[in-house]
Design a protein around this ligand. Structure first.
Ligand code: COA
Length: 256
């Protein structure tokens, strides 16, 4: 069904694997469109409670946007590439109500790191290397990297990573707060599944509301505290809230 990705769902977790290992899983236009479709399907399917995004092979998560596709673009085409990509994939993932975990299994460069940063949180294998090398190509990050990297690691560290175009290893990424956990490569997807399992015990409606409230704090012109109040109130009208509070009072496990 897809040419560049694999998507499979089991036990309510959809695992999307970018599958262009000969190009280190670089994101070409078709891959971005296929990823959008796969994420949208997961978001629409109420049986899917968690999405894991990872790369195939042992070397790369994603080595960036496909440089061969945009090397001769005009200014207008460049802007359109960034706008379309942000809309279809990067902002789409960040704003999903279904939690998205990035399992970074190797190089996450340029658009690859931007995709990992669009996910709700990240874990990485010990061989992972992360960076935004765009300025070495005469361009800047265009899929949200100039915004999400400073949000995650702080402005000074982001500035240094972007200006030097250098890569950081998994330990540095952990120290920076860019990733939450490091594992051996073979343990990476199992850990993502384990974290997904913990998430799945909780109310999907409340989780979606929490994602929206957290994201609101990073949106220009939006008061995150106001969003929190609205989302908090909204929870009281959900069946999950009835089930969660009733189960607690009845001293049983809630079933969402
Ligand atoms: N776009 C298009 N093709 C890419 C790519 C990208 N971002 N990253 C890797 N590839 C391709 C290479 O061209 C090569 O293809 P080929 O075998 O047809 O020549 C293949 O993937 C393997 O990459 P290679 O460079 O040979 O692997 P390496 O182990 O020597 O180096 C990297 C690995 C990640 C250091 C190197 O591939 C690299 O610097 N990639 C570009 C990273 C980048 O600047 N990304 C930001 C883009 S905005």
């Amino acid at each position: 069904m897809y040419n560049n990705i694999l998507s499979e769902t089991s036990d309510s977790i959809t695992t999307i694997t970018i599958n262009r290992p000969s190009k280190l899983n670089a994101l070409n236009k078709e891959t971005i469109e296929e990823l959008h479709t796969a994420f949208a399907k997961a978001e629409e399917d109420t049986d899917v409670r968690v999405v894991i995004i990872t790369g195939s092979g042992e070397k790369a998560f994603v080595a960036g946007a496909d440089i061969s596709e945009f090397a001769n673009f005009s200014e207008e085409q460049g802007a359109e590439l960034a706008r379309k990509g942000q809309e279809l994939l990067f902002d789409y993932v960040a704003e999903m109500g279904t939690p998205v975990i990035a399992a970074v299994n190797g190089f996450a460069l340029g658009g690859g790191l931007e995709l990992a940063m669009a996910a709700h949180f990240r874990i990485a294998s010990d061989n992972a290397r992360m960076g935004l090398p765009e300025v070495s190509l005469g361009v800047i990050p265009g899929y949200g990297g100039t915004q999400r990297l400073p949000q995650l690691v702080g402005k000074g560290r982001a500035m240094e990573m972007i200006m030097t175009a250098g890569m950081i290893d998994a330990n540095t990424a952990l120290e920076y707060g860019l990733i939450n956990h490091i594992t051996a490569q073979e343990e990476l997807v199992p850990l993502a599944n384990k974290l997904g399992g913990k998430i799945m015990r909780n109310s999907p409606m409340a989780i979606a509301a929490a994602i929206n409230a957290v994201n609101a704090g990073y949106e220009n012109g939006v008061d995150g505290f106001d969003t929190e109040i609205e989302e908090f109130g909204g929870c009281f009208g959900t069946e999950d809230f009835t089930e969660g509070t009733t189960a607690f009072l009845e001293k049983r496990k809630a079933e969402f």
